[in-house]
Design a protein around this ligand. Structure first.
Ligand SMILES: N[C@@H](CCC(=O)N[C@@H](CS)C(=O)NCC(=O)O)C(=O)O
Length: 199
């Protein structure tokens, strides 16, 4: 397998950590690309020119983070990112985390490529910012379930979301609540997180 990725993509980082947690990373070559350059190799694998793309050994290109995770769960069910006894907790948390990532990535990309409308601020940016603030507030009031054994999909996605916000949009102060900071500390020091930090 081959994973197309960038070092700053929260989406690709989720897949990379999932590969490590499942012990599949040895079977996967990292292929670093730059989506804004629209390179032919990336466009051939994904006409959307986005990462992550997981290219299977038969040449099939899988795109969309959660669909790739779905494939990895089928390919190697153990250890599961979606254990049956906390399936709903993990799915619900993963949904919030992916919402945070989508909104944060949109804001960061808009700052970079949005031209004057990004500088002046626009309604969509305000809407995305409010969504991040609201979701973080909710998580600060009700920190997610503690790490107890294997990391689940929701926990994985949320930690990546918080680190991405801290990396690109620190003004949102994702770790300002002691409870959420404590929750995160137990996860971010695990090797797959530590080895894939944003830079
Ligand atoms: N919905 C996709 C989003 C992937 C995505 O937006 N990836 C970003 C990197 S963080 C990208 O490659 N963006 C390039 C672009 O949008 O042109 C997923 O879940 O994988």
């Amino acid at each position: 397998m081959q994973l197309m990725l960038t070092p700053t993509s929260p989406y690709a980082r989720i897949v990379r950590i999932a590969l490590m947690l499942k012990g599949l990373d040895d079977e996967c070559v990292m292929h670093w690309v730059d989506p804004p350059s629209d390179t032919p190799e990336l466009i051939q694998a994904n006409p959307m020119s986005r990462v992550p793309v997981l290219v299977l050994d038969d040449g099939t290109s899988l795109t969309e983070t959660q669909l790739i995770v779905h494939y990895l769960e089928r390919r190697k069910p153990d250890p599961s990112l979606l254990p049956a006894n906390r399936l709903y907790l993990e799915l619900a948390l993963a949904g919030k985390a992916m919402g945070l990532i989508d909104a944060a990535f949109w804001l960061a990309f808009n700052k970079r490529f949005g031209g004057s409308s990004a500088e002046q601020g626009n309604e969509l940016a305000i809407r995305r910012s409010s969504a991040i603030t609201r979701t973080l507030e909710e998580l600060k009031m009700n920190p997610p379930h503690a790490l107890n054994g294997q990391v689940g999909l929701g926990q994985l996605c949320l930690e990546v979301a918080l680190e991405y916000i801290e990396f690109r949009l620190p003004e949102f102060e994702p770790y300002s609540s002691p409870e959420l900071a404590r929750w995160s500390k137990s996860i971010k020091t695990l090797e797959p997180f530590h080895l894939t930090e944003f830079y």
